[in-house]
Ligand binder design. Structure first.
Ligand SMILES: [Zn+2]
Length: 266
């Protein structure tokens, strides 16, 4: 039986909270990139033509034309980001972080935290954000918002967006190929946040991070080990997933995000 009273106390006493959120959180918000359920119904043409049956496989696929690519991307972004509705778990997370200093490092890329109105300057989208686009030339020519492009496509008036610098087609700002440039400004802000809180009471909250985003797991546990006033609370990990030397500072709740946040906040 997980002892939520300890976790509650740690959160209550914290000066700052660092949230790491992965695949599990994405699923909680309705986006499961590995699921075959419903894909063929929603994106039948693409499923048939390219023999892909999950969003993950479809994102990895190079389509015959940029226009076709953008038609599909627009549907996805519209379904999961433009029509996003905040989940009960996200509401609870907002409650938990209310009045706290926080930073969110996430491998989810569908703009959930921004849409849920968390502080945009306190979010690092480690794997990018598909409401933004980058140049497909392989050179970093900056990023732009793509939500107007998406809306035009949905109206049937879409045009492949082009780079302002070199006129190459623009692609999603995600690590779908070798030339993904992470958001260095957000990464810098996260580093400053970590440094600035070394001596404070900090709780790291893990939500649905799995082997698809290892950079959000071990490095954070290592940080907690370094700083005696830090704690680590994992929603969906088991105790044996965490190293022995961090056990006293950590809680692994072996739950799922939904139940975990309910126990913790309600
Ligand atoms: Zn360019």
């Amino acid at each position: 039986m997980t002892d939520y009273s300890t976790a509650k106390k740690w959160f209550k006493d914290s000066d700052a909270v660092i949230v790491t959120a992965g695949n599990g959180l994405s699923q909680e918000e309705g986006l499961d990139i590995l699921s075959e359920e419903d894909f063929d119904n929603r994106y039948g043409e693409i499923a048939e033509k390219y023999d892909v049956h999950t969003i993950g496989d479809a994102l990895d696929k190079k389509f015959d034309s940029w226009d076709e690519q953008w038609q599909f991307w627009s549907k996805l972004i519209n379904d999961y980001s433009l029509n996003y509705e905040i989940s009960p778990s996200m509401k609870r997370l907002k409650q938990l972080l209310e009045g706290k200093e926080y930073f969110i490092a996430t491998s989810t890329f569908a703009h959930f935290f921004e849409n849920a109105d968390f502080n945009q300057n306190r979010i690092f989208d480690v794997f990018g954000d598909w409401t933004k686009i980058q140049c497909s030339s392989g050179i970093n020519h900056g990023q732009k918002d793509d939500r107007e492009v998406v809306k035009k496509y949905l109206e049937g008036k879409g045009e492949v967006p082009k780079c302002d610098v070199c006129n190459s087609p623009m692609e999603l700002h995600m690590p779908l190929n070798a030339h993904f440039f992470p958001d260095t400004d957000a990464n810098t802000r996260l580093r400053w946040f970590l440094t600035g809180n070394e001596d404070k009471k900090v709780t790291v909250l893990e939500l649905g991070v799995d082997e698809t985003s290892p950079q959000l797991l071990d490095p954070m546990v290592d940080l907690v080990k370094q700083f005696p006033s830090w704690h680590y609370v994992a929603a969906d990990l088991d105790e044996e997933d965490l190293p022995d030397d961090v056990q006293k500072q950590s809680l692994a709740c072996s739950s799922n995000i939904h139940d975990f946040l309910k126990e913790l906040v309600d």
